[in-house]
Ligand binder design. Structure first.
Ligand code: PEP
Ligand code: MG
Length: 616
């Protein structure tokens, strides 16, 4: 029988169009406030405040003045309300945001701005809103113009912030004069992510961190007030992500990573799963660290370990204050000399050191004098003819650190004088970089004492006992002559970054030989041990301020070698403290003895990774 194949059943075609899932897109911006947020987009824009009245008649001057006074009163009321709202925020957030709002309130008092506005109304017959807009812009432009010459990057950032404050208060007055509505966050759904072209500090102060998941903007940067506020509020935020606000629609799902500076639009299932894990991990870590901040850095067997912060830029001060660090163990002063055309004078330096010392509220600050050379280029020094334009053929082995300062004592003396003046406001220590022999320390101390005598003659208030003068142990030469150096220096700070580089002859920044850069090489560990023991024998304080000091994996080993003081990036303090609180000194010492018997860095690395684990 012939088999008849059944008629093929026509496949029913779906009439629904096939919609590809939207493609994942990543935008990169400036990471300003760490944390990960996943949520729907909420976009806000502020309706423009249009100025339609430009001029007035002479007969209307008094009425225009009254309009201005009414707008000032209304602005003052709004700012007062804003300030009152701050009480619902955590204490740290309040203390950062309140001074800014107070500055706004001061600006609508008898200020240069308001005087200028009144003059423009009376003398040039401008309408109040036109007078405010013109005067605020003129003042802001004048402030920014002063930032051109001879200012550090930090000074410039601070001037830009001042100019923004003036513009901001001008906009508020214009809005109140023209009855333009303010941006509203009333419709912000719980857990949403705020997208905007720009976000002003006063807007940031209106945000409710318990409802808002994150922020992403197209404008703004790390050093602005908005960034400071978002950090203070603890809201994950990426600013300055070009194109981001225009690419999203309300309700789109996005992932904002405020630590990495990325915004992922339409995240894939894989991205979402990873982000959810990261959110949980971050929240747990933050809770743990907040608890740790107030706890002492004390081992299980009650030994107190000193944990301090390294300071690179003034912008780090709030983070240092919140990290639980007890003082600054290494203030690198290079920032003061960078991004400017002239060398900072004694007063400028003294003012900066004083600000830091005062901010540390009685906790010690170790100020390292200028460490020029190596990979640290400073234009102002070449412009002033202090260092040659053309780099040494081998800069890491050339005129670096203390060598340059002894060769150019005027540079050294100015800095020492500034540090000594700051020492009148709180405990300070002076640290010399790149020392290799005792003669350098003796010569530096002579200059130090000479500067102190000169300042006293000048009538400056100095502490009765001069601040301790210590040295970096960051060359093999210094480490191996640590016993002799301990007779000359008041304290040691072990700079493991350079110590590793010079010991292994590996450039710190050279990627081709990066795998040879190994602080766990037995030779580096032996030098650390030798220098530490020399200091302890002479009862001189010794600490580690290189990157090893902030690596929690290495804390037990370093404690086992006899170290009790570490200085690190502020963000590392809670992690290191956590380790300190979970170990006993005797276990660390036993562990260090076993490590120091090893000759293979790979074995040492495995031992370090296994410390405290079963079989470790
Ligand atoms: C070091 O070398 O370890 C150190 C702390 O100094 P810097 O990194 O500033 O050279
Ligand atoms: Mg160094």
């Amino acid at each position: 029988m012939k088999r008849v194949d059944p008629e093929p059943v026509p496949q029913r075609r779906s009439t629904r169009p096939v919609i590809d899932p939207p493609r994942e897109r990543t935008f990169v911006g400036i990471p300003v406030s760490p944390g990960i947020a996943i949520g729907p987009v909420f976009g806000t824009s502020e309706p423009k405040a249009e100025i339609t009245r430009f001029r007035i008649h002479a007969a209307d001057i008094a009425a225009e003045g009254a309009r201005l006074e009414a707008a000032i009163a209304q602005s003052r009321k709004q700012l007062g309300k804003l300030r009152g709202r701050l009480t619902v925020l955590p204490e740290e957030s309040q203390s950062e945001i309140a001074p800014l709002i107070d500055a706004y309130i001061r600006m609508i008092g008898p200020s240069r701005l308001i005087r200028g506005v009144k003059r423009r109304i009376e003398e040039t017959l401008l309408s109040a809103e036109n007078a405010v807009a013109t005067e605020a812009e003129a003042i802001a432009a004048a402030i920014v113009a002063t930032s051109d010459a001879g200012k550090t990057a930090e000074d410039k950032a601070s001037l830009r912030r001042q100019a923004d404050e003036v513009r901001e208060i001008g906009r508020r007055l214009v809005r109140n004069l023209t009855h333009a509505p303010f941006r509203s966050f009333a419709g912000l759904p719980d857990g949403a992510i705020l997208f905007s072209e720009a976000l002003r500090p006063a807007d940031a102060a209106l945000l409710d961190p318990s409802r808002l998941a994150g922020v992403a903007t197209e404008e703004g940067g790390t050093d602005g007030h908005t960034a400071v506020m978002l950090r203070a509020l603890g809201v994950p935020a990426v600013l300055g992500a070009a194109g981001v606000a225009h690419a999203v629609k309300p309700g789109d799902i996005v992932v904002v990573d405020g630590g990495a500076g990325t915004v992922v639009l339409n995240p894939s299932a894989i991205t979402l799963t990873a982000a959810r894990r990261a959110v949980t991990a971050f929240a747990r870590e933050r809770q743990r660290f907040a608890r740790l901040r107030r706890m002492p850095a004390e081992t299980e067997d009650r030994h107190i370990i000193e944990l301090q912060a390294n300071f690179e830029l003034p912008i780090e001060l709030p983070q240092i204050a919140q990290s639980g660090a007890v003082g600054i163990g290494l203030l690198r002063t290079e920032f003061l000399f960078m991004n400017r055309e002239t060398v900072p004078d004694e007063d400028t330096q003294a003012e900066t050191y004083r600000t830091v010392v005062e901010a540390m509220n009685g906790d010690p600050v170790t100020i390292r004098v200028l460490d020029w050379g190596g990979e640290k280029e400073i234009e102002a020094l070449s412009a002033a003819g202090i260092v040659p334009d053309v780099a040494d053929t081998n800069p890491a082995l050339g005129m670096r650190g203390i060598r340059l300062l002894l060769r150019r004592p005027e540079l050294f003396e100015t800095q020492l004088a500034a540090i000594l003046r700051a020492a009148a406001t709180g405990p300070v220590r002076v640290l010399l970089p790149m020392v290799t022999n005792v003669a350098e320390v003796r010569e530096a101390r002579e200059i130090y004492e000479r500067v102190a005598r000169r300042l006293r003659r000048r009538g400056e208030r100095l502490p009765d006992r001069l601040p301790p003068l210590g040295i970096m142990i960051e060359t093999p030469g210094a480490a191996l002559s640590a016993d002799a150096l301990a007779l000359e220096a008041d304290f040691f700070s072990i700079g493991t970054n350079d110590l590793t580089a010079y010991t292994l002859a590996v450039d710190r920044g050279e990627s081709d030989v990066a795998e040879l850069y190994d602080p766990l090489h037995p030779s580096v560990l032996r030098l650390i041990q030798f220098a530490t023991e020399a200091a302890l024998r002479m009862r001189k304080p010794v600490s580690v301020c290189g990157e090893m000091g902030g690596n929690p994996m290495l804390t037990p080993l370093l404690m086992g070698l006899g170290l009790r003081s570490f200085s690190m990036n502020a963000s590392a303090v809670p992690r290191v403290k956590q380790v300190v609180r979970s170990v006993g000194i005797d276990d660390c010492a036993r562990f260090a003895r076993r490590v120091m018997e090893q000759s293979d860095p790979a074995v040492i690395r495995a031992m370090v990774a296994g410390f405290g684990k079963p079989g470790g």
